[in-house]
Ligand binder design. Sequence first.
Ligand SMILES: Nc1ncnc2c1ncn2[C@@H]1O[C@H](COP(=O)(O)OP(=O)(O)O)[C@@H](O)[C@H]1O
Ligand SMILES: [Mg+2]
Length: 230
Amino acid sequence: MISFNHVTKVYGNGFPALKQVSFELADGEMAFLTGHSGAGKSTLLKIILLMERCSSGQVIVNHHPLDKIKGRDVAYFRRSIGVILQDPYLLPNSNVHQNVALPLILAGFRHQDIASRVRAALDKVGLLSKEKMPIETLSQGEQERVSIARAIVHKPKFLLADEPTGNLDPSLSAEIMHLFEQFNQLGVTVLIATHDLSLIGHLRHRILTLHQGRMVSAGVKMSMNEELFI
Ligand SMILES: Nc1ncnc2c1ncn2[C@@H]1O[C@H](COP(=O)(O)OP(=O)(O)O)[C@@H](O)[C@H]1O
Ligand SMILES: [Mg+2]
């Protein structure tokens, strides 16, 4: 479960990027986080990842109050989360396997485990046959799928994506969304930030909407009164 309780984030320059944001995302849920550019979507994801700390309020992820997690424990905490950013940041001059294996190598997994987990992750995104291909030879959509395989290779409980289809055409974007739905059906809790409403319009998942740092709609979980209040 991810829970935000009156979370405010003020950056060092005094700019409030999130204002009193409250919502809950249950285990096994999939939701979209939307809102205009600058609404605070990336800030919200960075707070979940402990890349930024909130200024006030409380965030609980997987039963852990984030303010109790010290710097030295952050890397361990992040193992429960898979992350996909807009730019896939793949390793140049290396093959598909090496790219997907990277987080496992950094986390100190054994050599035998790495090989089998990488193959399982590539299989899930339909790229097993490209395992030994240099990363540069893959299409944009395939590279995006490599970044998804890398995000799920350590079997995270949560999957966070920040504008994952920002660079893709509509049919490839739909394909990527379908992959996220498949992971969700396997039990992964998924939160996808996107400003592209056309992408999510036809999908049945909950939509959390930020506007100038405020959560103006948290979808079906919000009570009738709160909806009217907005
Ligand atoms: N490191 C930072 N320092 C100061 N302001 C920031 C920083 N990061 C983001 N902001 C500001 O916070 C607001 C929200 O940004 P962001 O979370 O990136 O929004 P979104 O992802 O919805 O486009 C923006 O006005 C942005 O300029
Ligand atoms: Mg952003």
